[in-house]
Ligand binder design. Structure first.
Ligand code: ATP
Ligand code: MG
Length: 573
């Protein structure tokens, strides 16, 4: 392919709204363009990479025995009402009406659609298990689209769904997909890790996320020596046992003035106590009902964990008005001592660590007042102590008792065992061996194809641009011809090498532009093809060319006559 015929609008500078490294490089290298918030066009070079990733995924899905299908992106409202998600999916669901007023949504995922598909065709255990998959556009109206194609609103996804007659079959499909994902991300050239994950809005029994390890990944991973690894959204934390209360140590509660101390830090400074002595009161609405969570001042509440604990669908912070009404106090000054006595129906949960607070500090239930010497086990009626905190430095793995280490990652794929959530709701049943109707047992398996491309760049780049892992590179070889138009010898050799490599099945990008060498090299570094050959007046006069891998510092000279063979050897083709 001649660069003069190819649409690669590279840029010196990234636009201001490109908010992470891969977004900047994808725009600068001419892989994508932004149409609007969370909406991207894929240009030829980027689209080629997207297709490479797609092909790796397709091959491994087929190898695992899944069948490729294609389903509409516009889905009827009725299916989503059957599953209950028309209401519960939340604002990410883009809803539409057709000219007759019938309701539809733009697919953010396709459990309903595929369940409807199989329930119409499958009726016997003899037809199960099956696994269907598709590639297609998804739309989620993300609150904060960011990081380019990594968290966009419209994005390209591979989604697969398995249907089984027995739990063993369902688990087997989960494992097949888990193994296929291991092969896919290995083939992409990633450093990655499968971690236990929260089951989120999709719901279900258990799930793993596949994380590409990258310093500025959006997700944090808690890792343990024993092999347990989990998204910190999910990571269970073991709290140490606290000794029984020693009555002699306990001081009586006492109110103190804390004017204008609105934050945990303000209060701790003013009262000269560590933040770990403070008890935070958080008020949430869980599916519309108020619920209190108490946390130690230095710990953060993990909302997905709390949501899973409460088994609720929607969990949001209560607004100021509700807070004031229920606690009878101002935001920042509410304490849970006496709260249960006032509101017996109000559930109060506390993180396990709160149990260990002795003579602590809590809101005083009056403006500018806190209460000292609060000992929750003595002073606060708690319904249940439970694990609510976000895993953080120093926390202990519940499986081996050793401290976690933390890394960051980008979630590129997700496998869920769904169980019968959708098949029950949508009546997708089959007749078992005894002719009894049973709900199918489902799994679902997604990969964000566009996010994989961005993750590859996050993991592999330098100051000059992208460094593609060879299996994802849009072209195998960059062939830079300098003086192509002014020196017939250069043109002849460059064309010959290009034709010979293409004949061997290599994809070559021949830079035949009438540009200075410096500009050509800069563009090629930015684009990040794994191997570069340079043919110029200087080299051809010695019967040579220059060769450099994208990761090499210096180029080496090769004889023109050997160039094709040597490149084939280097690329392993
Ligand atoms: P996240 O926690 O990042 O929002 P999710 O749990 O909502 O992801 P899934 O519903 O499991 O994601 O979707 C499957 C895959 O689709 C994810 O692993 C991710 O690679 C990709 N994906 C999800 N949301 C987006 C998005 N907004 N933009 C691009 N890719 C996405
Ligand atoms: Mg999401």
């Amino acid at each position: 392919m001649k660069l003069s015929n190819y649409y690669i609008p590279t840029l010196k500078e990234a636009p201001k709204d490109a908010d992470n490294l891969s977004a900047k490089l994808m725009i600068r290298a001419g892989l994508v363009r932004k149409l609007g918030s969370g909406l991207y066009e894929w240009l030829p070079l980027g689209f080629k990479v997207l297709k490479k990733v797609e092909q790796i995924i397709r091959e491994e899905m087929n190898r695992a025995g899944a069948n490729e299908i294609w389903m509409p992106i516009i889905q009827p409202k009725e299916l989503w009402e059957e599953s209950g998600r028309w209401e519960h999916f939340g604002d990410q669901l883009l809803k539409l009406e057709d000219r007759k007023g019938a309701g539809f949504c733009v697919s953010p995922t396709a459990e309903e659609e595929v369940t409807d598909l199989v329930r119409k065709d499958l009726s016997s255990y003899k037809q199960l298990p099956v696994c269907l998959y598709q590639f297609g556009t998804k739309f989620r109206d993300e609150i904060r689209p960011r990081f380019g194609v990594m968290r966009s609103r419209e994005f390209y996804m591979k989604d697969a769904y398995s249907f089984a007659a027995t739990d063993a079959q369902a688990d087997d499909w989960y494992q097949q997909m888990y193994d296929a994902y291991q092969r896919i991300f290995t083939r992409c050239g990633f450093k990655f890790k499968a971690v236990e994950a929260d089951t989120g809005a999709i719901g279900g029994n258990f799930s793993h996320e596949f994380m590409v390890l990258a310093d500025n990944g959006e997700d944090a991973i808690a890792d343990s020596d024993c092999g347990y690894a989990a998204n910190t959204e999910k990571a269970a934390v073991k709290c140490p046992e606290f000794p029984p209360l020693n009555e002699d140590e306990l001081l009586p509660m006492e109110k103190v003035d804390t004017p204008k101390a609105y934050t945990i830090e303000d209060v701790a400074d003013m009262l000269k106590v560590p933040t770990s002595k403070l008890i935070k009161l958080l008020l949430f609405m869980a599916d519309g009902k108020p619920v209190v969570a108490l946390m130690r001042g230095d710990h953060e509440l993990n909302e997905p964990k709390f949501r899973a604990f409460l088994k609720c669908t929607e969990l949001v912070k209560a607004d100021e008005e509700t807070y004031t009404k229920i606690t009878g106090s101002f935001v920042g000054f509410a304490g849970a001592q006496g709260l249960k006595e006032k509101h017996p129906e109000l559930p109060i949960y506390a993180d396990n660590y709160v149990k260990g607070v002795i003579n602590g500090v809590s809101g005083g239930n009056e403006k500018d007042v806190h209460t000292k010497n609060v000992t929750p086990l003595r002073d606060i009626k708690v319904d249940e102590y439970c694990d609510l905190k976000i895993a953080s430095a120093g926390d202990i793995c519940p499986h081996c008792g050793k401290p976690f280490t933390f890394t960051r990652g980008i979630e590129v794929g997700h496998v869920f065992k769904l169980g019968t959530k959708y098949s029950k709701a949508m009546n997708a049943t089959f007749l078992d061996e005894t002719q009894k109707a049973q709900p199918m047992i489902m799994g679902c398996y997604g990969i964000g194809v566009g996010r994989v491309v961005a993750a590859a760049i996050e993991q592999s780049h330098d100051d000059n641009g992208i460094i593609w892992p060879a299996p994802l590179a849009p072209f195998d070889v960059a062939l830079v011809a300098i003086d192509y138009h002014s020196n017939p010898e250069v043109k002849k050799h460059a064309d010959e090498i290009c034709a010979a490599l293409e004949a061997k099945g290599l994809d070559v990008l021949l830079d035949d532009r009438d540009e200075r060498a410096g500009i050509k090299f800069k563009d090629m570094d930015l684009i990040g093809l794994p191997y570069r050959l340079v043919v110029s007046s200087r080299t051809v006069k010695d019967g040579q060319c220059e060769y450099k891998k994208r990761t090499d510092k210096e180029a080496v000279r090769w004889n023109l006559s050997e160039a094709v063979e040597k490149i084939l050897a280097a690329t392993g083709k």
